[in-house]
Ligand binder design. Sequence first.
Ligand code: CS2
Length: 492
Amino acid sequence: MNLSLSTLTSANTPLTLNHSAAQVGIVHLGFGAFHRAHQALITDTYMQEFGGNWKIVGVTWGSSDLPQKMAQQDNLYTVGVGYNDTLNVQLISAIEEILTSTQTDQVFAYMCSPDVKIVSLTITEKGYCHHPATGDLDLNHPFIQHDLADPTHPQSAVGFLVEALNIRRQKDIAPFTPLTCDNLPENGHVLEKVVLQFAQARDPELHQWIKNHIQFPCTMVDRIVPRTTENDINRVEQVLGLRDEACVVTEPFLQWVVEDKFVNDRPLWENTSIANIEVTDNVLPFEEMKLRLLNGTHSSMAYLGYLSGYQTIAETIRDPKFKYFIRRMMDDTITPAVHIQGVDLDDYKSQLIERYENTALQHRTWQIAMDGSQKVPQRFLQTMRYGLDHHVDLSPLYLALAGWIRYVSGIDEQHQAIDVQDPLRDEFAAIWEQHKDQPQAIVNAFVHLDSVFSPEFARDNTFIESLTGALETIMTLGSKQAVYQWVSTHKN
Ligand code: CS2
């Protein structure tokens, strides 16, 4: 039996439906697994505890079948919170409906409704259509070119935001707060910059109005939510007694730090009974800690783990040498580049390792390895910039960065194809095709990819030599042995 309004009473665990009478207050662009287990769940709890009209309309991009799946389930879904062998399932009823980005009229009807106070986003790094190394909007991006030519049928999230704000301005409707929840440093500033540059290219007056009236809060979001697998759906069904095609399986940990800078109402999420939600004046130290320590080591395990034959993060960290390598990377290389007061970083790092070890999550190294060109700048390079300026031992991160370069060659260490998913996939393949087994030439070509590497890296001999050395080691020994060798020379 499938989950829906009419089957709720047949569930194994009692499920209560909460907010059927509430109105929509939030539009969320990029309705994926992460949002379902994070902001939507938190907002659901908020409405349970305090009421309010904060139902969410989700918008998906691409050929996702989630809108149909959710519609078949009356827009209900469940979140399975898993820790090793235990799984607890929670019903979420905060979703009004899911649209696709091609349903332009319906999306704008919601985005321009006076009841909608927040438009939040999890569109992934590449959804910002910007150059990661500079933060500038990529005016040559096909979506952006399309949206400048035809602003009322946008393809990009930026195009949707600017047109909706434009309509609200013309109709004198109070604006919404654009709330980015993506893993980008200073994500609010990144969004602000691309929105303003897009508006400027469209209409300088609109640009000025947005500049004067809109605020873009920064946020730090954290919860590990792998893409849902068939296995997850089956496990949730076992617990629930109902089949939920839209479920997500996540970990117990959750954190959300939000900058207090809203131009319209918002739910007071921080007042819910959920721990680790904070509204503050300064999110940047939290972002820095999370992006560098968590996402930096996640991506390191993704590339080096995948190449070592490990399918998941839990499998990678179960290798004691990898565990040692990752912890030393955190302690010696990344921590000097983290500046936060009032957080016990030792606890934070130990907790990260425990989170990685959670076998309830099948978080594939391949999934995290995706879109490296969009992730490497904030996950590796900012830490490395700091380390180069402050004489920090960067050797573990050189291996990780070399692991990325090796991974995107598209051929693994057993000569099998790797399904590389990245906007720069063709550029990577061309570099490897041209320079084959010459680490120095490959590194030289990579550091000149200026949407990833800012120019100072291409001029830095220490950086280039160390990276070349790391790539040479990986190409000679293989990734696993490269990590093992690092461990044997660094273990005291
Ligand atoms: C991961 C993140 O897929 C990835 O790149 O590193 O999605 C990670 O799981 C989250 O940021 C955890 O909060």
